[in-house]
Design a protein around this ligand. Structure first.
Ligand SMILES: Nc1ncnc2c1ncn2[C@@H]1O[C@H](COP(=O)(O)OP(=O)(O)O)[C@@H](O)[C@H]1O
Ligand SMILES: O=C(O)C1=C[C@@H](OP(=O)(O)O)[C@@H](O)[C@H](O)C1
Ligand SMILES: [Mg+2]
Length: 172
C-alpha cells in the first residue's frame, strides 16, 4: 500500500476523515484542494470566479498527478476529482481508494454552513448535489477498493471501519 486516497461527494467527510485517518496510520495528510489553494495563492471560490470550473479542473489534474506520485500519504481529493479519466488512472495507481458514501440529504446538511464550495452557490443546492451524484457515483465505484457509509455515523466510527477493512483487502 503506497497511499490511502479518499474520494466521494462534497460533504462526505473526505477532508475531516482524511486528517483523522492519517493520524491513526502515522502518515502525512494532504488535501488536494488545500494544496491547490496554497500553490495558487487564492481560495477555491476565487479560482472558480476568475478561471471558471475549467481552470480549476486543470489545476486539480496537475495537483492530483503530483500527489499520486507521493509515497505514504493519506490524500483527500475534491468531489470532482474522478471526472477526468486521467485522474482516475492516476488515483488508481496512487494507492488504495476509499469511497466515502453519503446521501444527498447528509451532503446538504454538512455543506450548508460554509460558502467555500462554488458549485453549491445555487438556489437549489440539493438539486445540484443529486445531479452530480447521478454522474459521479458510478465513477467513484469504478475506482474504489472500499465503499464506506458515512450517513449518521461520527467521523471516529468511519475511521475505525476504514482501518479494519484496509487490512483485509486482497493484493491487486
Ligand atoms: N461523519 C460525519 N458526521 C458528521 N459530520 C461530519 C462527518 N464528516 C464530516 N462532517 C462535517 O461535515 C462538514 C464537511 O466535511 P468535509 O470533511 O469538509 O467534507 P468533504 O471534504 O468531503 O467535502 C464539516 O463541517 C465536517 O465537520
Ligand atoms: O465536487 C466538486 O466538484 C468540488 C468539490 C470541492 O471539494 P470537497 O469535495 O472537498 O468539498 C472542491 O474541490 C471544489 O469546490 C469542487
Ligand atoms: Mg474537502
Amino acid at each position: 500500500m503506497r497511499n490511502v486516497i479518499l474520494v466521494g461527494p462534497m460533504g462526505s467527510g473526505k477532508s475531516t476523515i482524511g486528517r483523522l485517518l492519517a493520524k491513526e496510520l502515522r502518515l502525512a495528510f494532504k488535501d488536494s484542494d488545500k494544496e491547490i489553494e496554497q500553490r495558487t495563492g487564492a481560495d477555491i471560490p476565487w479560482i472558480f470566479d476568475v478561471e471558471g470550473e475549467a481552470g480549476f479542473r486543470e489545476r486539480e489534474q496537475a495537483m492530483i498527478g503530483e500527489l499520486c506520485a507521493s509515497d505514504g500519504i493519506v490524500l483527500a481529493t475534491g468531489g470532482g476529482a474522478v471526472l477526468r479519466s486521467e485522474n482516475r488512472a492516476a488515483l488508481r495507481s496512487g494507492g488504495r481508494i476509499v469511497y466515502l458514501h453519503a446521501s444527498v440529504a447528509q451532503q446538504l446538511e454538512r455543506t450548508s454552513r460554509d460558502r467555500n464550495r462554488p458549485l453549491l452557490h445555487s438556489a437549489d443546492p440539493g438539486r445540484v448535489l443529486s445531479d452530480l451524484m447521478l454522474v459521479r457515483d458510478p465513477l467513484y465505484r469504478e475506482i474504489a477498493d472500499l465503499v464506506v457509509e458515512t450517513d449518521e455515523r461520527p467521523p471516529r466510527m468511519v475511521v475505525e471501519e476504514i482501518l479494519d477493512r484496509l487490512h483485509t483487502l486482497p493484493p491487486r
